[in-house]
Design a protein around this ligand. Structure first.
Ligand SMILES: Cc1cc2nc3c(=O)[nH]c(=O)nc-3n(C[C@H](O)[C@H](O)[C@H](O)COP(=O)(O)O)c2cc1C
Length: 169
């Protein structure tokens, strides 16, 4: 598949079938996340793969949307602030940036494996960190629900034109 085809195949899926996602597909997705680039190659990330009923119920309480409950699997992308590179010139931690790149690798890998996914950041981060007992230095960046989509294939929402977002100098 050409890269642009894969990019266009991924969209924010918000309805999933109950069908289980095969372990090999989860492994493939995690391998793609693991291969993501990171500042100074510090790889300051950790992934929670949430599949069992008890933990699915717990995470669903961190983002109370009906569609969110339909996902059979969730990957919580966490960043480790103690492991991330900090830029000396302005003190900026790159933990969020690194975690975001890994998260998008997850979404693209899911699309490549015939699965739907969706970035979710509008969740209760404090509740999630508490309920899943995250260590103090690790914080959740995004929840990515994953599963076989139960809807008509969609396209992306609209995008700004290149002329609007790029400056050729
Ligand atoms: C950082 C980030 C946070 C997002 N958070 C949410 C969210 O909390 N809930 C949600 O339904 N979609 C969320 N989205 C999905 C966006 O709404 C979606 O990517 C955007 O509208 C473009 O649509 P598309 O992904 O279908 O191309 C998020 C996307 C990104 C990149």
């Amino acid at each position: 598949m050409k890269f642009l085809e894969l990019v266009n195949k991924r969209y924010s899926a918000r309805s999933y079938k109950a069908d289980k996602v095969e372990k090999e597909k989860i492994d493939y997705i995690l391998e793609c996340a693991r291969r993501a680039p990171s500042a100074v190659n510090f790889q300051p990330w950790h992934f929670l793969i949430i599949r069992n009923e008890e933990n699915r119920n717990k995470i669903q309480q961190c983002y109370a949307r009906e569609w969110f409950k339909t996902a059979p699997v969730y990957i919580v992308v966490c960043a480790d602030k103690s492991a991330a590179w900090t830029r000396q010139s302005d003190g900026k931690s790159h933990a969020d940036i690194d975690a975001a790149i890994a998260a998008e690798h997850i979404c693209l890998a899911a699309a490549d494996a015939g699965l739907g996914s969706c970035w979710v950041c509008n969740f209760d981060t404090v509740k999630l960190a508490h309920d899943f007992q995250l260590p103090a230095e690790i914080y959740p960046v995004a929840i990515i629900p994953i599963g076989y989509v139960d809807e008509q294939p969609q396209t992306h929402s609209s995008r700004k034109a290149i002329e609007e977002i790029a400056t050729f100098l």
